[in-house]
Design a protein around this ligand. Structure first.
Ligand SMILES: Cc1cc2nc3c(=O)[nH]c(=O)nc-3n(C[C@H](O)[C@H](O)[C@H](O)COP(=O)(O)O)c2cc1C
Length: 372
């Protein structure tokens, strides 16, 4: 475990005060989280993202987060081909907002930890202490091979060993005047990084390590973990497991999950929308996504539990219904699965986010109030 950082980070987020952390996964790559040609257009543009950030802030959400993506999935929709750079996007959105936390994503395989320490410290200064970092190792070979950055000598679990050294260096640069570090993957010699971030002990750190090695890294080094599950029972088990693993390391960890909200005026209206999105399923992009997830070409046409579920075109878990139905589901998720927060996705953010803020968020805040 991380001996230097066993304390709980004070994030200023509601769940520190008993509420739940509710945020938005920014639509910074075209196509959003449905592989389909019949969804509302998400162009991944800066103008759209700025509108979304302001709606999230005005609507009372707690954070906005942008993924890091360097190569799309292909298909006739060219899914995620056009993606904005995560840290620059969040720096701009920090200026466009005053209150929401702004979390950027960095691949440990790509970006030197001293560069990251300074960039996220800069984001923390721009935002007045609202910066956070989603740490990802990078596992989509084509995404890194295209720029000569794939490491054949570093396998999946070793990429977490690399990330572990990386995050130790970043945390030390954020808190120490000078850093000497002689690791297997990184060497720092009298390395300096000032100014320090405003947040104490450091900006919020989150990771979605879901493999055993990825979860261990996350519970040992991060402030929060993103978890998925095949159903609520599975998600509950993972949330409990993450908290138990953190406790065993003398730490605590927040558990989050992400979910796509397909909203309608009525349940049947929402179901009709979902059916319409499924009609435009982009098989080519789906194959590209499977390749990105590490499936070999020979396996891609085959049926298994994962491909049967994912063939709907929905990349993330989704819930379909009128605001009351969706509220009830989210309350169940947060309560039964003992989650500390949710990151939301919408097929159409400009329509869905205001509806969420007006009709769903008040129900969630009433059910999970913050302590004074
Ligand atoms: C909410 C969420 C956000 C993620 N963001 C990114 C990202 O921005 N870039 C990326 O390459 N992978 C991203 N991932 C993938 C994870 O970092 C991770 O690699 C994946 O969950 C598999 O876990 P493992 O690395 O332990 O095998 C994300 C996953 C989730 C659930």
């Amino acid at each position: 475990m991380d001996e230097t950082d066993s304390s709980t980070t004070t994030t200023g987020l509601p769940s520190d005060r008993g509420g739940k952390d509710l945020g938005v996964f920014m639509p910074m790559a075209n196509g959003g989280w449905i592989l389909s040609s019949t969804t509302p257009t998400l162009d991944g543009s800066y103008a759209y993202n700025r509108q979304v950030a302001r709606l999230a802030e005005q609507g009372g959400l707690d954070f906005i987060m942008a993924m890091a993506k360097w190569r799309g999935f292909g298909g006739h929709t060219e899914h995620w081909r056009r993606s904005l750079e995560s840290q620059l996007l969040m720096a701009a959105l920090a200026e466009a907002t005053q209150r929401v936390k702004v979390w950027a994503t960095v691949h440990t395989l790509l970006q030197n930890p001293a560069v990251t320490a300074k960039m996220i410290a800069t984001l923390d200064h721009i935002s007045g202490g609202r910066a956070g970092l989603n740490v990802v190792t990078g596992s989509f070979k084509d995404e890194f091979e295209q720029m000569g950055a794939w490491r054949e000598d570093v396998d999946h679990d070793q990429r977490y060993d690399l990330a572990d050294e990386w995050v130790q260096v970043v945390k030390r640069l954020w808190t120490e005047p000078t850093v000497n570090f002689d690791g297997r993957y990184f060497q720092m010699k009298d390395c300096q990084s000032d100014p320090k971030p405003l947040a104490h002990p450091h900006p919020f750190l989150v990771c979605a390590g879901t493999s055993p090695k990825g979860m261990q890294f996350t519970v040992d080094r991060m402030d929060a973990i993103f978890l998925g599950g095949s159903d609520l029972a599975d998600l509950t088990a993972k949330s409990r497991q993450a908290k138990a693993m953190a406790a065993a390391s003398g730490r605590s960890i927040k558990t989050y999950s992400m979910i796509n909200l397909v909203l309608g005026d009525t349940d049947s209206d929402a179901q009709a929308r979902e059916a319409r999105y499924r009609d435009g399923f982009d098989e080519g992009a789906f194959h590209g996504m499977l390749r990105a997830y590490g499936f070999l070409d020979a396996e891609i046409g085959k049926e298994n539990a994962f491909t049967r579920k994912a063939r709907t075109g929905f990349i993330a878990e989704h819930v379909v219904g009128a605001p009351a139905t969706v509220s009830a589901h989210l309350i169940r998720m947060l309560n039964e699965c003992q989650l500390d927060g949710l990151m939301l996705i919408f097929p159409d953010y400009l329509e869905g986010l205001p509806l969420f803020s007006a009709q769903i968020l008040p129900r969630l805040r009433a059910r999970f109030p913050e302590r004074a």
